[in-house]
Write a protein of this length. Structure first.
Length: 427
């Protein structure tokens, strides 16, 4: 990781430093468009063909049966089963508070308005299975979907050889049994457009590689496609640390995100040059022990350390960057929380590693990347719900509001709008 001093950089150089790695490229976009158009036109034929080509699937039936899920779940190691059970309890405990409440208001005599929250009926969950099978994502998406009350939950994940016991156990715990062995853009296409054997979904959730991200973006812009949870880019973490931070803690946090992918980005903002030097040494030492050290090393090439004059300056820079994960490892960290404006999820204090949120603290790990934390939050129970508004006016209520509606409609030259009131009241 390279180190820089903030005050020695021009605004232009500083902005360039915080620029995220390039996202979708034209070649990927064209491949994805071809896959999606074929699936849209040919249904099952193209779905199976692409699953066989890219996922190595040999069977034409991509559905993993309930029996297969149950049998695979039995193979889970006892200690991992206990760990998942605890994670599920914490995730449920936190997310159960998120279900929004419907309400009604009489805005004026005879005019009653109501907002009612309902679950999205059909949702699709994409569980990555490329460089690592992220069974934890099944929990992070499946639990809020169930709490929201979604009638149908479809899961897609590419299974390399056999269904991983932890993934099967997570699906069984949640009660998700419409599970397809398919990944990549072809999985997104199948869920978004449906086929002869698979009913389309209304919204797709979940992270993925550049092909998955490009496919989600494409279907969300197609009237015949479906909605998505959020645009997604590579994983990222920004750590703010002062001289009181333990360099080994900081290095571990940076590497825990770096191992996600070579296109991930990890950033350390610190007020201590001594800490910066110590973190570099710790990163190199810990890197040698990682099974995914090659991936993490590639990520570090897109990452950096920036030495700032004050914690306030680091927070200003962080808010402008809007990281997916923000770790605040400084003395009296709580003092600065009110200044945090843009972040997907915040980890406060020396003993709050980002990995706790990734797995078991209770918060959701499906978070906005690429600076989208400036406008949206992470996945929640509300993400799996929709709001419908109702209004009921009595005759007296319409009389009370009639002149307001008529005047406003006529001012906008929408005579039919005003007439809809006039014919009822014979004005």
């Amino acid at each position: 990781m390279k180190s820089y001093v903030a005050k020695s950089l021009s605004d232009k150089k500083l902005a360039r430093l915080f620029t995220r790695p390039a996202g979708e490229n034209e070649k990927i976009a064209e491949i994805v468009k071809t896959i999606l158009r074929d699936i849209k036109a040919d249904g099952d034929k193209s779905v199976v063909a692409y699953a066989q080509k890219y996922d190595g699937v040999k069977k034409k039936n991509l559905l993993i049966t309930k029996t297969e899920i149950v049998e695979a779940a039995k193979q889970i190691e006892p200690d991992l089963r206990k760990a998942i059970d605890l994670a599920v309890r914490n995730i449920k405990s936190f997310h159960s508070k998120q279900r929004p409440k419907s309400y009604s208001v009489e805005t004026m005599p005879g005019v009653k308005c109501e907002r009612k929250f309902l679950p999205i009926e059909n949702v699709g969950l994409y569980i990555p299975g490329g460089s690592a099978v992220l069974f934890s994502t099944m929990l992070m998406l499946g639990i809020p979907a169930k709490l929201a009350g979604c009638r149908r939950i479809v899961v897609c994940s590419p299974i390399k050889e056999k269904l991983q016991p932890a993934l099967a156990y997570a699906a069984q715990l949640i009660g998700v049994y419409e599970f397809y062995n398919i990944g990549g853009a072809q999985a997104i296409g199948m869920m978004a457009y449906g086929s002869e054997s698979v009913q389309k979904v209304d919204k797709i959730f979940g992270p993925g590689n550049q092909f998955v991200t490009a496919a989600k973006t494409f279907v969300s812009n197609d009237p015949k496609g479906c909605l998505i949870d959020m645009p997604a880019g590579p994983s990222e973490v920004l750590v703010i640390a002062d001289e009181t931070a333990d360099a080994s803690f900081v290095a571990a946090d940076l590497l825990s995100q770096a191992e996600h992918g070579s296109d991930s980005q990890v950033i350390l903002l610190t007020t201590s040059e001594k800490l910066a030097d110590s973190v570099v040494k710790e990163v190199l030492a810990q890197l040698k022990k990682l099974t995914r050290s090659k991936t993490a090393k590639q990520c570090l090439e897109n990452s950096f350390i920036l030495i700032a004059d004050s914690i306030e300056e680091t927070i200003y820079l962080s808010n402008d960057y809007a990281p997916e994960h923000l770790i605040i490892n400084v003395a009296t960290a709580e003092k600065y929380l009110s200044k945090i404006q843009n972040a997907g999820s915040v980890f406060v204090g020396a003993y709050s590693p980002e990995s706790a949120g990734d797995y078991a603290s209770g918060t959701n790990h499906s978070l906005p990347t690429y600076g989208y934390a400036k406008a949206i939050g992470g996945v929640s129970v509300e993400s799996f719900m929709k709001a419908i508004t109702f209004q009921k006016l009595s005759k007296k209520g319409l009389q009370n509001i009639s002149q307001t509606v008529i005047k406003m409609a006529e001012a906008e030259k929408l005579d039919a709008h005003s007439n809809a009131v006039k014919v009822r009241l014979k004005i």
